[in-house]
Design a binder for this molecule. Structure first.
Ligand code: PLP
Length: 378
């Protein structure tokens, strides 16, 4: 990291380690192989270096969205199983074999393409079967899987069926729908055409994302796929579910005051003049904008911490800067530390709170900060 830059990300490795251990302890059998660390989108904006730390601490299963992400992890030195959760197009198949990724299979067409590829290179590949139990995105609808197809995919000389998974659409806020999805998944698993081909206990069965992991401990099955919780952030705008488990945020975003100025009342601040000063106002300019991942939706809503106190955003966030109100913080100087995400003194700004300001989910807040290239692991 270049410490001369006025904007940086700190990755708190102690929190990451602690989160990994807490998640382990929350499983009925605390075995690292029962966790798939979902690290798509460059580890939710934390940077893939953090995946190496997880590997060092014993994590051996990882989930990515794309072949490109899987390849980046292999190049970094990740040795364990890398699940390709997001599917693939035909052009990506060589990359799946080359990087020994474990795809989640969603269609007959994908199967046929994998089969023709394997006839050429005769390389073994493990895969999981993805069931669409009500997300209506990736995965086979249960009705698409007939006996002959199940027989075919259960006994291929090179392509090995290792697991079966599904994905919840609303495990953060709809227990009834989640239950219904779980029942559809169970019904498929108990289906005779599957159990006659392959003993069900030999398959790795999994369905929980972070919300499933947190709210449905009886659905953990053989493994859980945790993304956001691993980074100490809740899948909803309320942080209490991760707090009560002892998880803490891994990402901090810091900057410095670049400029200060005193304005009279009646000034229209920023593009479009969306904020008009109602009193003499002392304004600070902070060098972060939407090009650095600060969603423009946070304009006139978000707050930052300076000297342990809150300063509110004034006007719209521009490409590379934003303005905040420091009228009640008279001792603020140019160069002072600004905390955009993280704690300063007793106060803390969390991704959950930013998500509420921006009317989004905490996942989007974390991922947006991947644009800040200046990152340090502390
Ligand atoms: C992204 C993803 C997860 C992890 O979701 P979180 O809410 O971050 O825990 C789990 N499973 C699949 C299939 C995913 O795409």
């Amino acid at each position: 990291m270049n410490t001369d830059y006025p904007l940086w990300i700190e990755i708190d490795s102690r929190s990451l380690h602690n989160n990994f251990n807490r998640i382990l302890q929350h499983l009925s059998i605390p075995n690292a192989s029962r966790i798939i660390g979902v690290v798509k989108a460059d580890a939710y904006g934390h940077g893939i270096e953090s995946v190496l730390l997880l590997q060092k601490w014993g994590m051996n299963r990882f989930g990515v969205a794309t072949v490109q992400e899987g390849e980046a992890l292999r190049q970094l030195g990740i040795k364990g199983t890398i699940y390709l959760l997001g599917g693939f197009i035909n052009q990506e198949i060589p990359g799946i074999f080359k990087n020994h990724l474990t795809p989640a299979l969603s269609s007959r067409d994908e199967w046929n393409q994998l089969k023709s590829a394997v006839q050429l290179n005769q390389q073994e590949l493990e895969f999981h079967l993805k069931i669409d139990s009500g997300m209506y995105r990736m995965g086979f609808l249960p009705g698409e899987l007939d006996e002959s197809f199940i027989k075919q995919i259960s006994h291929h000389p090179y392509l090995r069926l290792k697991g079966v998974m599904t994905h919840f659409a609303s495990s953060e806020n709809d227990p009834a729908y989640t239950h219904q999805q779980f029942e559809i998944f169970q019904k498929f698993l108990q289906n005779k055409s599957l159990s006659e081909q392959i003993p069900i206990q030999n398959l790795e069965k999994h369905c929980c994302n972070s919300a499933g992991f947190l709210f449905f401990p009886h659905y953990h099955l053989d493994m859980v796929r945790v993304g956001i919780a691993l980074f100490g952030v809740s899948p909803i705008q309320d942080p209490s579910p991760v707090r009560s488990l002892g998880l803490s945020p891994v990402m901090r975003v810091k900057s410095r005051v670049k400029l200060l100025k005193n304005l009279p009342s009646g000034c229209c601040i920023g593009y479009g003049g969306t904020c008009i000063t109602q009193r003499p106002t002392r304004l600070a300019v902070i060098p972060i904008g939407y090009a650095q991942g600060l969603l423009r939706r946070l304009s006139n809503r978000m707050e930052v911490l300076i000297k342990g106190r809150r300063a509110k955003c004034l006007g719209v966030i521009s490409m590379d800067q934003m303005m905040v109100d420091v009228t009640s913080l008279p001792d603020v100087k140019r160069g002072d530390l600004v905390t955009i995400l993280g704690s300063d003194g007793p106060d803390e700004i969390r991704a959950e709170e930013m998500a509420a300001w921006a009317e989004t989910i905490p996942h989007e807040i974390l991922c947006s900060f991947i644009r800040i290239k200046n990152r340090i692991v502390v």
